[in-house]
Design a protein around this ligand. Structure first.
Ligand code: C2E
Ligand code: CA
Ligand code: CA
Length: 710
């Protein structure tokens, strides 16, 4: 070992005097870097981890404290290569324990004893190095049998790839190179949507492009597991364009929804001695920064991105302070009956009354809390405050009106939501009917089982469940059917009803509303802002709404003032519009519904099978459809299978067949035409038919049609 080579220690301490003392003790043995605050230290470690041998960290600092720094290091896997010693005058056992849990190797307490400090620091460095060598050695032995090439993609797997990158960078220090991280947006969802087989195909396809690229232009391609790929590529414009073209313009990929496009994050390698892991991390940070933005597919790393990671941490620290200072409260936004304008309930929406910044909206902090799993700490406080309020109203003798709370998917993964809520109701003796639970639609998709299980528990406990933000995600009718949701909240903003495509927005809304009605599901439309929206919503048959047009979220006190006028309130709550039930449920049993159809259920619907010889059979229909053709509806009647052509006039036979062909070739949009049909009683009616191809079965193609009499 090169014992004569100096090691480098990073001292992070806000006190200049402490740093000076330590420096004096250690500088004979070590090179010293001093930093006086947590966040700069994090930034320094990210960029220079390979030059450091140990970190000596103060526990108590303003801003980001020692614990936060440790969490950051853990999050960035810095402790894999960098040992940390903690300084503290604090002899509090729990703090020490906590620090050890976060990966601290040793402790130095003030005042420092010169001899002990030097020995401890040096022996920590040596022990850690020795241990790392052992681990690396084991790793090497292990990797001899480990996968080098991934079976599925045929690319170099993880360590093999990173090793090759390392060798390449050392061998070609003067090349202009980029590290490109590639992954597929919402890949888990993709698997849900198209199935694992298609998912594997997709991965293979990307792997193939990457291989082709390296064969043509040089560089290295690797697979890092899941949907993560990486490419070391020359920094040349034509090559990059070729890559972009492959990934985004290929015919093979264009069949999938845009939401599943591959995305890339690019990091320009300026220092070829930078640790390979850190090089990849930078590309990945760039990629993460555009994760949920449909409009961006490519992102170049820049320094501000690190700033973002750092800002997030500082915000977290501030949130914790705010929580301790009871700065989190809730506002209430009333839900109204649009026909009467009366209030039928309220929704509790968290607000942060920040000591310096004033009122902070949840959009700023909820996403970060969700990502970190801290959301449940805030939610528990908000939920308890909500139940306390219900209790207070009850005690003051007011007539009850329900209040809903918001539950995040992260809550479900970090706590026992139904247990906690039940506990609150018991503690304050509030009936379960008054506390409603909103959970957002997009949270139903990933890791469904866990969420479904929790929803079932909430239901069993008697809570009313609202599906929030319907239209924002990918929920299908199937999800609705499985989940025994009580109320559907449809958010106008997800229908993208700007002026240019208002018709499209309205027709999607209309079909969702119709579908909900056919499932006997009451709906609330959210985000209603104008009188004209109220007009077409009520025409459509919507009754309940929430939005700025009626009320903005308001302080509890103001809400109480509103409620105190009895004529403002409708104590009957929310009901499904009183229209005839349609037996759509039968259709849901077979996985026939695709999400495309959610947007197209308008009144009468039927399913057809088309045989190879062109014979069209009606295989199922709903009640409205059967009425249209003049037949008594039998929900279980499978004898209704009939040859369709008999209903169509001979001169329209070709048109009729062509329609199915055309629908087959337009699976996403379907086709539309008007045809004359003969009813059971012989009467002729003109039907506008919208036809969608659903899927192939052995020997037949299955279609779905929604029809309107004109
Ligand atoms: P959300 O549950 O969909 O709540 C509705 C949001 O839309 C609220 O935003 C509300 O102020 C806003 N809004 C209501 N009417 C209109 C309108 O007519 N036009 C427009 N443009 N917006 C309208 P807010 O209060 O900022 O909350 C944002 C999101 O934060 C909520 O969306 C919810 O997902 C989350 N959130 C709020 N409070 C909590 C909470 O206590 N816990 C959890 N986990 N999440 C919460
Ligand atoms: Ca909500
Ligand atoms: Ca919502």
């Amino acid at each position: 070992m090169q014992e004569n080579k100096k090691y480098t220690a990073l001292i992070v301490d806000d006190s200049a005097m402490n740093r000076e003392i330590l420096k004096e003790i250690l500088e004979d043995e070590l090179d010293i870097v001093e930093i006086d605050n947590g966040s700069d230290a994090c930034e320094y470690m990210i960029n220079h981890s390979s030059e450091l041998n140990i970190v000596i960290l103060d526990l108590v600092m303003p801003g980001m404290n020692g614990f936060e720094v440790l969490k950051f290091m853990k999050y960035k896997h810095l402790q894999d290569t960098l040992p940390v010693i903690m300084i503290s005058a604090d002899s509090d056992g729990t703090n020490i324990e906590k620090a050890f849990d976060l990966g601290v190797i040793d402790f130095l307490s003030r005042p420092f004893s010169e001899r002990i400090v030097t020995r401890r620091v040096m022996s920590t460095i040596r022990l850690f190095k020795r241990q790392k060598e052992l681990v690396d050695e084991l790793d090497r032995q292990y990797k001899a049998d480990d996968i080098r090439i991934d079976d599925l993609t045929g690319l170099d797997y993880k360590q093999t790839f990173l090793n090759k990158v390392y060798t390449h960078l050392r061998g070609n220090p003067n090349d202009n190179l980029l590290m490109i991280a590639v992954d597929i947006d919402h890949f888990k969802l993709f698997n849900n949507y198209y199935g694992w087989e298609e998912g594997d195909k997709y991965l293979k396809l990307i792997a193939r492009y990457m291989k082709e690229f390296t064969q043509r232009y040089g560089g290295l391609a690797g697979y890092l597991g899941g949907d993560d790929f990486a490419l070391l590529a020359p920094k040349k414009r034509p090559e990059l364009l070729a890559f972009a073209n492959m990934v985004w313009n290929s015919d093979e990929l264009s069949g999938f929804e845009v939401g599943f496009a591959p995305k890339v994050g690019i990091y320009e390698i300026k220092d070829t001695t930078e640790a390979v892991g850190s090089i990849y991390d930078h590309a990945k940070i760039a990629l993460e920064s555009i994760k949920d933005d449909y409009t961006k597919r490519i992102s170049w790393y820049d320094h501000s991105m690190f700033q973002n990671v750092r800002d997030e941490f500082e915000l977290l620290v501030d949130i914790k302070r705010g929580a301790a200072a009871n700065e989190f409260i809730f506002f209430v936004q009333p839900k109204v009956n649009m026909f009467t304008g009366k209030i039928v309930g309220g929704e509790a929406l968290v607000r942060w009354e920040h000591k310096d910044k004033g009122l902070v909206s949840p959009g700023v902090f909820i996403p970060i809390l969700e990502k970190n799993g801290f959301i449940s700490q805030i939610d528990k406080m908000v939920w308890e405050a909500a139940v306390q309020w219900l209790k207070k109203r009850q005690d003051e003798g007011y007539r009850a009106i329900p209040l809903s709370i918001n539950v995040s998917r992260a809550d479900i993964f970090t706590m026992d939501v139904s247990g906690f809520l039940k506990g609150l109701l018991e503690k304050y003796d509030v009936p379960v009917e008054l506390l409603e639970v909103e959970i957002t639609e997009s949270s139903f998709v990933e890791e469904e089982d866990k969420i479904h299980h929790e929803l079932r528990k909430l239901r069993d406990a008697g809570f009313t469940l609202l599906m929030d933000d319907f239209g924002s995600g990918y929920s299908s009718l199937n999800t609705l059917k499985e989940l025994d949701i009580d109320i559907l909240k449809i958010d106008m903003k997800f229908l993208r009803m700007d002026v240019t495509n208002i018709d499209k927005g309205v027709s999607i809304l209309e079909s969702v509303v119709n579908m909900a009605r056919s499932l006997h599901l009451p709906t609330i439309v959210e985000g209603v802002e104008t009188e004209s929206q109220v007009e077409y919503l009520t025409k459509m048959g919507c009754t309940y709404a929430q939005g700025f047009h009626f009320y903005r979220p308001m302080p509890v006190i103001e809400y109480e003032r509103l409620l105190s006028e009895e004529e403002n309130v409708d104590y009957n709550g929310i009901f499904v519009s009183n229209l005839e039930p349609v037996h759509v449920r039968e259709f849901l049993d077979e996985n026939l519904f695709s999400d495309v159809l959610v947007n197209n259920i308008l009144g009468p619907v039927a399913f057809f099978e088309v045989e190879a010889d062109g014979t069209v059979r009606l295989i199922r229909m709903n009640e409205q459809y059967s009425k249209l053709i003049g037949r008594n509806f039998e929900p279980d009647g499978q004898e209704s299978v009939e040859i369709m052509i008999d209903r169509v006039r001979p001169r329209e036979h070709d048109t009729f067949h062509d329609l199915f062909q055309a629908a087959y070739h337009a699976p996403l949009t379907g086709v539309k035409d008007v045809l004359d049909f003969t009813r059971d009683d012989g009467q002729e009616i003109a039907l506008q038919i919208r036809l969608f191809f659903l899927r192939k079965r052995p020997d037949v193609r299955v279609y779905y049609a929604s029809v309107v009499k004109i």
